[in-house]
Design a protein around this ligand. Structure first.
Ligand SMILES: [Zn+2]
Length: 196
């Protein structure tokens, strides 16, 4: 521990876990890490190597630069850190960068909590405990809110009939927003349908 590396990371991990849900500033975290110069790098390792969802202003619009927040003691499953960048990009693209449970779009404010920017994870369609594989066909984009088990808040996939009723009753502004989203999701089909 002479270089302070494993010690500082462990100290930061313990500090975050002891302060769940409390926004912390750089001074406090630097001190918790024993005032080493690489304290911010140790925090990044807690995210990238250990899977802790430490949030910053990049994740939450109500956080200022230099503020950090850990809400859940549960790290991301190790499986997600093991999947390749290519598989991750493929699944996110196929799912239109949209959570397949609640419909939240990556980088946009989350519909259940507008202060949170939607961050997407890769999850299984059929859970591994039920025999599901890590094959891309069994993977899907899931936002952090749904991933944290807010399943009781998530919507069932609507039937086509129910969905059309909802769309017809929506305001023109929402219908146009939907049209824009659909054209972006299906550019080739949109061109065919418009006869160009
Ligand atoms: Zn979601």
């Amino acid at each position: 521990m002479a270089d302070g590396k494993p010690g500082a990371r462990a100290a930061l991990r313990a500090h975050f876990l002891a302060n769940l849900g409390r926004v912390m500033e750089t001074d406090e975290l630097r001190a918790a890490a024993g005032n080493i110069s690489e304290w911010a790098r140790r925090i990044r390792e807690l995210r990238t190597e250990e899977g802790y969802q430490i949030l910053t202003h990049n994740d939450r619009s109500d956080l200022k630069p230099g503020q950090y927040l850990l809400e859940s003691p549960k790290p991301e499953p190790a499986f997600e850190r093991d999947i390749s960048k290519e598989t991750r990009a493929y699944v996110l693209d196929r799912n239109g960068f949209t959570c397949q449970m609640c419909g939240a779009v990556a980088g946009e404010p989350h519909p259940f909590d507008p202060t949170r920017k939607t961050r997407l994870h890769i999850g299984h369609v059929i859970d591994k405990s039920m025999g599901g594989s890590d094959d891309p066909a069994n993977l899907r984009a899931i936002c952090s809110v749904c991933n944290e088990g807010a399943a009781n808040l998530t919507l069932d996939r609507p039937s086509a009939q129910k969905l059309l009723i909802q769309v017809r009753r929506a305001t023109s502004a929402y219908q146009l927003e939907l049209l824009t989203w659909l054209i972006r999701k299906f550019p080739a089909q949109a061109r065919d349908l418009s006869g160009k």
